[in-house]
Design a protein around this ligand. Structure first.
Ligand code: GTP
Ligand code: MG
Length: 360
């Protein structure tokens, strides 16, 4: 049987194309590259905010067109009621839920559906995307029966609001100065940027004196991201929902979409895979505490984001005063050579380490 959906015909990876993003006019330079405009993170005060209080160790936002099944996913994953209906725009505000997974408390946000043009304010899209910017992971929920183009449209909406999906900040050093012109250093061969191009891009921002260091093969988009500086880098999983409506052959093809998990939110199919992938992408680090003379408490780990996993970060997560009384720590686990090992506050912990703090 021939595949029915656009997905199965031509899946693409989520490579960024700059031409969809808007902002400063680099047209004169021959660039159709992105500049997301300096207005990026602002949402007018009088507009209704969709944000809810952050709780737990990490926050995940569900983003997608209306009726793709976001509320069904929240209801069936977190057991929270969020209205589900066959008509579009059922959900009108953020509905939070919480799951506990591997000892971590993860907040899930069911967001109102967005449409093309959301980043420019259509259908309250800006407020929705503003909440997405605060998430540690974004789930782009897609209906497998809808055209593949929807994936790209949602990506563009998020990118247009300064969100970079599944990518790292460009490795570019950038420092404005008062004088001395543009000083460009490249530590590796560049296929797109040369002194002239860098100068012209910076001139668009009225920057005529700066040190620029390119430490990887950078694009004009990368440089613009660094100059504007208000980008957020968030991992993203594409949740392809409603697989109960397609054939096994189609499912095989869908599985090839990078960063994707096919599910049926309604039938709770493949939730295990989804949760496992969520865990991988969040990269949370669990630290078990061991009071002196007792066994470690394996039931409620202290959960840290992977970017902040020093002993000091651990102490701060427990209480800000703990670090003042800190003498040293004993650590068991992957981060140390000997079990236990005496470490200082700068030691970097690894997932499932056990720690005992010794106070002054
Ligand atoms: N066949 C099928 N239908 C589903 C599945 N998940 C959700 N639906 C249906 O899709 C419709 C929309 O579901 P919702 O969960 O309300 O979708 P939503 O994304 O929250 O929609 P908005 O709140 O309008 O943005 C409902 O009729 C659901 O029953 C699924 O796995 N399979
Ligand atoms: Mg909904």
């Amino acid at each position: 049987m021939l595949p029915r959906t656009g997905w199965t015909q031509r899946f693409v990876c989520s490579g960024r194309t700059g031409d969809c993003r808007q902002g400063a006019r680099l047209g004169a330079l021959g660039y159709r590259h992105s500049v997301c405009g300096r207005e990026v993170p602002t949402v007018a005060k009088r507009e209704r905010r969709f944000d809810v209080a952050k709780t737990g160790d990490a926050r995940i936002g569900f983003v997608g067109f209306p009726s793709v099944g976001k509320s069904t996913l929240l209801s069936n994953l977190a057991g929270v009621y969020s209205e589900v209906a066959a008509y579009e725009f059922t959900t009108l505000t953020t509905v939070p839920g919480v799951i506990r997974y591997k000892g971590a408390k993860i907040q899930l946000l069911d967001l109102p559906g967005i449409i093309e043009g959301a980043k420019d304010g259509k259908g309250r899209g800006r407020q929705v995307i503003a909440v997405a910017r605060t998430c540690n992971l974004i789930l782009i929920v897609l209906d497998v029966l809808k055209p593949l183009g929807h994936k790209k449209i949602i990506e563009n909406e998020l990118e247009g609001f300064g969100i970079r999906l599944n990518s790292k900040p460009p490795n570019i050093g950038f420092k404005k100065k008062d004088k001395g012109g543009i000083n460009l250093t490249a530590t590796c061969p560049q296929s797109e940027l040369d002194a002239e191009t860098v100068k012209s891009i910076l001139a668009e921002y009225k920057i005529h004196n700066a040190d620029v260091t390119l430490r990887s093969d950078a694009t004009a988009d990368d440089l613009i991201d660094v100059v504007e500086g208000n980008r957020v880098y968030i991992p993203c999983i594409y949740v392809l929902n409603k697989i109960d409506q397609i054939s096994i052959e189609e499912l095989d093809i869908i599985y090839k979409v990078p960063h994707c998990v096919p599910i049926s939110a309604h039938h709770r199919w493949n939730f295990d895979d989804l949760l496992e992938k969520i865990w991988d992408y969040l990269k949370l680090v669990r630290i078990y505490t061991k009071p002196k003379g007792q066994l470690p408490d394996y039931t409620s780990p202290v959960v840290l984001p992977y970017s902040r996993t020093t002993v000091e970060d651990f102490c701060m997560k427990i209480h800000k005063n703990l670090i003042k009384e800190f003498k040293y720590a004993l650590v068991w686990g992957l981060s140390v050579k000997h079990n236990p090992q005496k470490v200082g506050k700068d030691h970097t912990l690894e997932d499932e380490d056990v720690i005992q703090i010794v106070k002054k």
